[in-house]
Design a protein around this ligand. Structure first.
Ligand code: ZN
Length: 249
């Protein structure tokens, strides 16, 4: 599909600063269900019971079973050609980063660098009370073993951002600094429906960056994009990479 128009092609040099802003769509290409689609998790489950402090306090075992199920699911999948292409892009454009709404760690697994995980990481376990990261097994049986506790006595919880919680302050602030400085931002598989992260492509655009959308679906950002390619990232990014590699070689 890609064939970047000349005026966009000219914006890429080895010094070009690039951000890859990613959402659930890129993970869906690896086989991880999204949340908001009609077949997504939230069509079957109540988000407030499974992904809020109140829900956790009401039934920590239920919440842990849900996250353990998702950990196992994610462990069974692999990064896809979209993730792999980002690794190649980052070799060609060293001043680049990944800003993701995904918690599955697939970017890191694919070898991507400079990753900002705005919604945390499902494989991290934290103390509910003191927020300290805890070194406990990835998979355990809450019914048999109980839920691990921190030295402070607090219950272990998954290291993701729940409904009603703020995004991690430092990560968000570092990511926003990147967004203000980039020359090109790819918005990939993000529905641009969840704030404040959804603001990112708009901010990049307002700061003068070229913003290219890669998403099989239309989004609220589509009409604002410099270019929108409606196909999966695993199709578009490898082709884009080849095109830019040829142009810069
Ligand atoms: Zn603690």
């Amino acid at each position: 599909m890609p064939n970047l128009p000349d005026h966009l092609l000219r914006r890429f040099t080895p010094e070009t600063r690039i951000a890859f802003f990613t959402g659930a769509g890129i993970s869906a290409e690896s086989g991880i269900p999204t949340f908001r689609d009609k077949d997504g998790y939230w069509s079957k489950y109540d988000p407030m019971r499974l992904a809020s402090v109140q829900g956790f306090e009401a039934d920590p075992e239920l919440v842990w079973n849900w996250y353990l199920y998702r950990r196992e699911k994610i462990m069974s999948v692999k990064p896809n050609p979209g993730h792999a292409s980002i690794t190649k892009f980052q070799k060609l454009f060293p001043d680049s980063c990944v800003i993701t709404q995904n918690v599955d760690g697939l970017h890191k697994q694919a070898g991507n660098q400079n990753i900002y995980e705005l919604h945390g990481n499902i494989f991290i376990t934290r103390c509910l009370e003191c927020r300290q990261e805890m070194d406990v097994p990835m998979i355990f049986d809450p019914a048999k073993e109980g839920i691990p506790r921190c030295d402070c006595g607090g219950l272990a919880r998954p290291g993701v951002v729940w409904f009603g919680e703020s995004l991690p302050v430092q990560t968000l602030s570092d990511a926003m600094t990147q967004v203000q400085q980039v020359d090109v931002l790819f918005t990939i598989g993000s529905s641009t429906a969840v704030y404040p992260a959804a603001q990112i492509p708009f901010d990049a655009r307002n700061n003068g960056a070229v913003v290219i959308e890669i998403n099989p679906d239309q989004t609220p950002f589509t009409s604002h994009a410099d270019l929108a390619m409606h196909a999966p990232s695993g199709v578009v990014l490898p082709q884009l990479f080849e095109e830019l590699y040829a142009a810069l070689a």
